[in-house]
Write a protein that binds this ligand. Sequence first.
Ligand SMILES: NC(=O)c1ccc[n+]([C@@H]2O[C@H](COP(=O)([O-])OP(=O)(O)OC[C@H]3O[C@@H](n4cnc5c(N)ncnc54)[C@H](O)[C@@H]3O)[C@@H](O)[C@H]2O)c1
Length: 398
Amino acid sequence: MKVAMLGSGFIARFYAESLHAQRRKDHVVMVYSRNEDNAKRFADDYGLPHYSTNMEEAITHPDVDVVLISLPNHLHEAAVLACVKAKKNVICTKPLGRTAAEAKRMLDAVENAGIFGGYLEDLCYTPKFLKSIESVKRGDIGRVLWAKSREAHPGPHSDWFWDKKKSGGGAIIDLGCHCVEISRNFIGKNIKPMEVMCWADTQVHPIDAEDHAIGLVKYANGAIGQFEVSWTFRGGMDLRDEVMGTEGTIWLNSFLRTGFEMFTTGNGGEGYVAEKAESNIGWIFPVGDESHELGYPHMFTDMFSAIEEKREPLESFYDGYVVNAILDAAFKSAETKIWEPVMIEDWRGEEPKDTEKQQKSYDDTHYLIKEEILPNGDVTVILKHKKTGEVSSKVTKA
Ligand SMILES: NC(=O)c1ccc[n+]([C@@H]2O[C@H](COP(=O)([O-])OP(=O)(O)OC[C@H]3O[C@@H](n4cnc5c(N)ncnc54)[C@H](O)[C@@H]3O)[C@@H](O)[C@H]2O)c1
């Protein structure tokens, strides 16, 4: 695939590094930046044949198969509509929109034009995430009850993130979009998100938006998603997921502790350690290949294969829209301080149905509540009578 990159900032460089690494066959061939020096510098750094300060020219260039939007949040919609006009396939960084209404307009425009719309949710493509989703789908951890995702760092690197009008919000929109989609994947994208309860506050920074939030997302099958997001966390970038199922547990740590720990006095030179690392001396936690740890190569492989195979990618514009709808409810709940419904006017998954609480039988007359081996080697079972509901226990030798 030949890619036109819109934007030449932080994420554009991460994407270009991923696309031009490891002898990949998909390449960026054009970059759009409003500033000519930046466009030229980006083109020189990655050996691109073309650059432009005109977005339309970049999108419509005949060499371009797919347009990659790496612009600030408030520019996603205009960029998507320009791709629609040119009938060029488009892949857009997260969050898709600042609100569900904005995301829905993008989704509708792309679908009506019959072009490809991929949602670049990289953290749903990390190798450990893909493998853990396979385990969940196989049933290894049983029924998923709770899926928590946490993203916290000391705050973003560019001014527009901190301007609520441009970004659409603070840590909730910037980081919550990742966490919500991670939980949705674990719980099942077919399962309808119903309600959100969210606490949010501006604890540290002099901004209108929230710099810290915690939210709960209730799903139609009784599962609960949880997001913890912060721009106030000190110590780097904390990316962790925890999933609890009836038959097992998954803990993922995607950054800060990836199995690479190092100490340096700094006397030998101080360099870049990893995204949002706050220190490059003392004990540090570098990341071997940030692109891989963050999921970019698998993400682009899925996107470009999906275009070729004329199928939906794992993360589509529709997913971006559902994420925005959940985040809209989170913002509302943070204000009203009550559970707020998730408003999805175009729900394409399962309709909510009454789910039976699954109780494990011990024998004809009892359900099993709990079984445990005690320190003395006895096995104790705690039972509930199926008719009377009486709770009893029984000890058997190990
Ligand atoms: N993990 C991820 O997926 C991830 C990480 C970081 C950022 N992002 C997303 O990428 C997008 C860009 O973020 P970033 O960190 O690269 O920001 P950035 O500020 O580093 O880069 C933004 C780029 O857009 C350009 N730009 C800014 N205002 C413009 C305007 N009015 N017209 C034209 N160009 C303009 C800037 O010059 C720059 O090239 C955001 O939507 C952000 O949420 C995603």
